[in-house]
Design a protein around this ligand. Structure first.
Ligand code: AG3
Length: 273
């Protein structure tokens, strides 16, 4: 078997390694480097700037949890915006909700969308749905330009370095608040409580300072740094604790019990936020 390994250096003291069967694609886009590998353990792997974005085998955890927890928190989400998320995984989950009339994807890098369609057809499937509007634009600007428009906004970003830095700022959360309708809900991916404590603290402080209701929640994503992953939700009116039933079918991770379980924070995470 091949002796080629993909290694993501997650910080200066930590890495994850996956044996590669084949390199399927490598390019330098105007925004970042983009690689697609075939791995033994997790199937196809999408990498941006050296960081694992998603794999065939564990993508469902992240995509279901970043979407269904906030989507269920809203009683009737019709208009949804995904910022980033060019692979289409979040969009695929969003359109499982029967209430959704329109889902906009605002992705800055068209190369991610193209690579996903080609190498991750199951993840990208939703992008061709008639309710979906794929915009290759700067998400920050798109959010600023659309006040009072969305029921739910989901921020599926890369790490807070490179093209995504601006997506982790108080200014951006304030502009997300304005782009949401009067009972809107937002959620963002916010890294690992084992390695990114400061980031989580800052985001929680900023979201708490912007939205009347805020909530950190967790899921287990094996290929992300430490496997313990956090998401931060901000809501104007609706509480994630009030969700009673699961409104979507065909999930592999999310259900009503997992919804509530994800809101329960281990003591060290509770003390962080
Ligand atoms: N969004 C990226 C999550 C961050 C992963 N970080 C890392 N591997 N260092 C994933 C995009 C999937 N739609």
């Amino acid at each position: 078997q091949s002796n080629l390994w993909f290694t993501e250096l997650q910080n200066e003291n930590l890495s994850i390694g996956l044996r590669i069967e084949k390199t399927l694609h490598s390019e330098v886009t105007p925004y970042q480097t983009l690689d697609v590998y075939e791995t033994k353990q997790y199937g196809r792997l999408l990498v941006l700037d050296g960081c694992v974005m998603t794999t065939d085998k564990d993508e469902f955890v992240y995509h279901e949890m970043l979407s269904h927890v906030p989507m269920h928190t809203h009683p009737n989400p019709k208009n949804v915006l995904v910022v980033g998320g060019g692979d289409g995984g979040i969009i695929r989950e969003v359109i499982k909700h029967p209430s959704v009339e329109r889902a906009v994807l605002a992705e800055i890098d068209g190369a991610v969308v193209e690579a996903s369609k080609k190498y991750f057809p199951q993840i990208a499937a939703g992008l061709s749905d008639p309710r979906v509007d794929v915009q290759i634009v700067d998400g920050i600007k798109y959010v600023e330009d659309h006040p009072d428009t969305f029921d739910v906004i989901l921020i599926d970003s890369t790490d807070p370095i490179g093209p995504a830095v601006g997506l982790f700022s108080k200014k951006f959360y304030e502009s997300v608040f304005r782009a949401l309708k009067s009972d809107g809900v937002m959620a963002a991916q916010t890294e690992s409580p084992f390695v990114n404590q400061e980031l989580i603290q800052n985001v929680m402080r900023d979201v708490r300072g912007t939205f009347p209701i805020s909530q950190l929640y967790l899921a287990h994503v094996p290929t992300y740094p430490t496997g313990m992953w956090s998401f931060t939700m901000g809501s104007k009116v609706h509480r994630p604790q009030d969700v009673q039933t699961c409104r979507v079918q065909n999930t592999r991770y999310y259900n009503a019990q997992v919804h509530h379980a994800s809101l329960a924070l281990p003591q060290f995470v509770k003390e962080l936020v």
